[in-house]
Design a protein around this ligand. Structure first.
Ligand SMILES: *Cc1c(COP(=O)(O)O)cnc(C)c1O
Length: 359
């Protein structure tokens, strides 16, 4: 029988394991930072109608330039953005891949500040780039000086700054982004997948785009928009950057169904985002109540909390799973990452942790 090891796979892929957060059918799923709320029924109906309108033309390839969708993203983001500054893909992971295909590749390097999103090294690997992890400072923060020093030392071709950061929840100051944009000779991308959950939503790198043509800001509909299942991510940058991404995307990469669904959803951005405030409340409640229980949750601007002070994360992970609650062990000592759920889901995980106890 043929196994992976018998195949003539690329040498640099030999022995690697794919990304794979468990997908288990349990009552309380708080492990991959999904939006706990379903797509509102009225919005779902409008999306279905938009898809129904698009479907008879499915014999033709979709609009390669997804003009209507780029206009809708520009309007949603504001900051004076124009459609020619917008890009989209099947999830922001695909957008990040486009960025690395265009600006990275063999012989080039991707620098980021760890712990951070576990997909970055895999995306770098996929395009044959060197991955340069630079450890964060105390409390997982990054300072402008630390950014300047890391860029001076490693001279990366691409820098990814995740803010708010997964898996720590840490937001970075715009001064840090500016320091990176000024110091780097290459591309600086701020991954704002969780921007809508921030305490201060005005702290977005979108406000810096005008002054920095090599600065890119990526977003996703997966989290705040409750659209993880549809796969839509996007990016804002200088129009010349968008021209570069056109060189590497597959033809017609966004299906007519995806485009129709996203355009319709963006018409209802208020309803789509209506539960974000409730999720922020539950996020803050996790921090507050777990602190009182003797855990050490890190401050979070995302829809999840990295919780420190867990004596044996693997044992706690299993004990929670036994109670039908799935959280994430991200491999950081004495921590577990917990996504903010509905009020009831959050109550369930908090009650279970109160029962299990801190360190
Ligand atoms: C969830 C997440 C994304 C979004 O991924 P999609 O491909 O858009 O679903 C991007 N970046 C980070 C840091 C994330 O946590």
């Amino acid at each position: 029988m043929t196994t992976l090891d018998d195949l003539p796979i690329r040498d640099d892929l030999r022995g690697l394991t794919p990304y794979g957060a468990p997908q288990l059918d349990v009552p309380v799923r708080l492990n991959v930072n999904e939006n706990a709320y379903r797509v509102p029924e009225a919005v779902a109906l409008d999306i279905v109608q938009e898809i129904a309108r698009a479907l008879p033309d499915a014999n033709r390839y979709p609009d390669r330039e997804f003009d209507a969708l780029r206009r809708a993203f520009a309007d949603y983001l504001g900051h004076g953005l124009e459609p020619e500054q917008l890009w989209a893909g099947n999830g922001s992971n695909e957008v990040l891949q486009h960025v690395l295909q265009a600006f990275g590749g063999p012989g080039r390097s991707l620098l980021s500040f760890t712990p951070t999103y576990s997909m970055y090294p895999l995306l770098a690997q996929g395009v044959g780039m060197r991955w340069v992890p630079v450890p964060r400072g105390a409390g997982f923060t990054i300072t402008p000086d630390a950014v300047r020093a890391a860029i001076a030392e490693h001279d990366p071709d691409v820098v990814f700054l995740c803010s708010p950061n997964n898996p720590t929840g840490t937001a970075i100051d715009l001064e840090v982004v500016e320091a990176a944009a000024e110091a780097a000779r290459g591309i600086v991308l701020v991954d704002e997948a969780y921007a809508e959950f921030a305490h201060d939503r005005s702290q977005t790198a979108l406000s810096l785009l005008e002054r920095h043509p090599r600065l890119l800001v990526s977003r996703t509909m997966s989290k705040a928009f409750a659209f993880a299942g549809i796969r839509v991510g996007y990016l804002a940058a200088h129009p010349a950057v968008i021209d570069a991404l056109r060189l590497v995307r597959l033809p017609y990469h966004l299906s007519a169904i995806t485009q129709a669904a996203a355009v319709a959803a963006l018409r209802h951005s208020d309803e789509m985002l209506s539960r974000v405030d409730e999720l922020r409340t539950q996020r803050d409640r996790i921090v507050e109540e777990l602190t009182a229980l003797g855990f050490q949750p890190y401050p979070s601007d995302a829809n999840f909390v990295l919780v420190g002070g867990v004596a044996d994360p693997q044992a706690t992970f299993r004990a929670l799973l036994d109670r039908g609650i799935l959280v994430r062990d991200v491999g950081l000592p004495h921590t577990l990452r917990i996504t903010a759920g509905t009020r009831a889901e959050t109550s369930a995980v908090l009650a279970a942790l109160a029962d299990l106890g801190a360190e």
